[in-house]
Design a protein around this ligand. Structure first.
Ligand SMILES: [Zn+2]
Length: 110
């Protein structure tokens, strides 16, 4: 049996997801309770949110990077992240050209 990176992430993710669903009931994004009886597909149904999106180099399966969220909150969060990112292209270069991109890898380590 050859361990594949993606495969082990998926197993980890599933395990952590179950753990979160069993132990949490507050949306990590809006702070309101999540109704666990709502079915998948409902905007307020429970989903697992990556605190730092995988697309931003967040960990795909570490429980530290996962939280409970409403589906709609999760959706709005990712919309916001990608929209902001798109609009963030610097058009003005000043003589104090500070780095503008957030380093998501080190963001949470401080
Ligand atoms: Zn929410």
């Amino acid at each position: 049996m050859r361990p594949e990176r993606q495969g082990s992430h998926r197993a980890n993710y599933e395990r952590n997801k179950k753990r979160i669903l069993a132990t949490q009931n507050i949306c990590g994004i809006c702070g309101h309770p999540v109704d666990m009886s709502l079915k998948h597909g409902h905007p307020m149904a429970a989903t697992i949110d990556h605190i730092i999106p995988v697309a931003k180099n967040g960990h795909p399966s570490d429980i530290e990077n996962l939280q409970l969220a409403h589906w709609i909150c999760n959706r709005q969060k990712s919309d916001k992240i990608f929209k902001t990112n798109k609009e963030k292209q610097p058009t003005v270069i000043g003589n104090r050209n500070l780095p503008q991109s957030m380093d998501w890898k080190t963001y949470r380590s401080g």
